[in-house]
Design a protein around this ligand. Structure first.
Ligand code: CUA
Length: 370
């Protein structure tokens, strides 16, 4: 019996270690490595809470240590120690001290909420509507007439106001280096805002359990220099180049005949209907499958053929494509690019620290997709 227990314990321990090792390979954004005044506000609040917590911990440890030492020294004492039940001074101290600490935190928190809340968003903010779906993010820019998915492209230095809502269940938008979490609730639009200061890639994650692939509902915020952002906007209004090579042309036909057009739209081919991500410029995105896989042909083929293993619970059906069909489709999708704009180049050129980790990200998925 004892042996069995230790075996179970050992297995659990190994399982935990494996999970932690895998988790280590994913890009984990650090909420204290801030890239916006909004994230700094939250990090500042975190340090206040942390400071008071450490203070309380130290007080408890000091008194506990003193009691242990004293108890040990007086271990042979026979008479009853002094009773402190109903001691007025102590009662007042341990009532007033926590009240003071919580009072200070309350005032600081209310100040932060006021400065960060939607109603305080700047007037000149860029507006983006974010719609959560199982398991991806639709991003649309109403003033620019642009629709994209999973990668939010923003200009550095300009405040952005996000109108958050959901098509199905509750999701939560969280990009730790830029802002705190805000839930996306069906039928109850909410707003949040922040001002990205630094150019680069910032990782985000859905922060509300929304189904089997909640953990695979990632996103990226690509912050560009203002001139580059303008170039991205201009390119996003032109239709992508038509396919020319045979494989891509074959893929374009499959895109219609296999029914992809029923859910996905491509600028110049059909109209967007909010069912699946708009694929007009899928070739220009840095990732596919809601930020979980690096965007290359091999991964696209894998995603098209083993949809439900890559993202369990995904609504996109497995069409039972052959390797050849998937390769043709991937060739077509790869060619759907923003004319004259290379996002990866922009991010690479404009940021000393791209925080990019897609290669390790991909490695950790290999086990799942074989
Ligand atoms: Cu969407 Cu969790």
């Amino acid at each position: 019996m004892k042996k069995q227990f230790s075996r179970i314990f050992l297995s659990l321990f190994i399982l935990l270690l494996t999970a932690l090792t895998l988790a280590q390979r994913l890009p984990v954004p650090n909420m204290l490595d801030t890239a916006s005044p909004n994230a700094r506000e939250i990090a500042g609040l975190f340090w206040w809470v942390m400071g008071f917590s450490v203070f309380v911990l130290l007080v408890v440890v000091v008194f506990l240590g003193a009691a242990i030492i004293r108890g040990y020294r007086e271990r042979n004492m026979t008479e009853e120690p002094p009773q402190i039940h109903g001691h007025l001074g102590l009662e007042i101290t341990w009532t007033v001290l926590p009240l003071l600490i919580l009072g200070v935190l309350l005032v600081l928190t209310i100040g932060s909420i006021y400065r960060l809340d939607g109603f305080a968003s700047p007037k000149d903010a860029l507006e983006v509507d974010v719609l959560g779906q199982q398991f991806w993010w639709e991003m649309s820019y109403p003033d620019e007439g642009i629709i994209t998915a999973n990668e939010l492209v923003l200009p550095a230095g300009r405040p952005v106001k996000l109108n958050l809502s959901s098509k199905d269940v509750i999701h939560s938008f969280w990009v730790p280096q830029l802002a705190g979490k805000t839930d996306l609730v069906p039928g109850e639009p909410r707003t949040m805002w922040f001002t990205p200061e630094e150019e680069g890639i910032f990782y985000g994650q859905c922060a509300e359990l929304c189904g089997a692939s909640h953990a695979n509902m990632r996103l990226r915020v690509l912050v560009l220099a203002p001139a580059e952002y303008d170039a991205w906007v201009a390119a996003s209004k032109q239709p992508p180049a038509a396919p020319s090579e045979t494989l891509a042309l074959e893929g374009q036909q499959l895109f219609s005949s296999k029914g992809c057009v029923g859910c996905h739209a491509v600028n110049g081919l059909n109209t967007y209907n909010r069912t699946g991500p708009d694929l007009s410029y899928i070739g220009s995105r840095t990732t596919i499958a809601a930020g979980t896989l690096e965007n290359n042909r091999e991964n696209m083929v894998r995603w098209l053929r083993f949809t439900d293993t890559v993202k369990p619970g995904v609504l996109m059906p497995n069409l039972g494509l052959s390797q050849q069909e998937a390769e043709a489709l991937a060739a077509y999708l790869e060619g759907l690019r923003l004319p004259g704009v290379d996002l990866e180049d922009m991010i690479g050129a404009s940021s000393s620290d791209t925080r990019d980790d897609t290669e390790t990200l991909e490695t950790s998925y290999q086990g799942v997709n074989q």
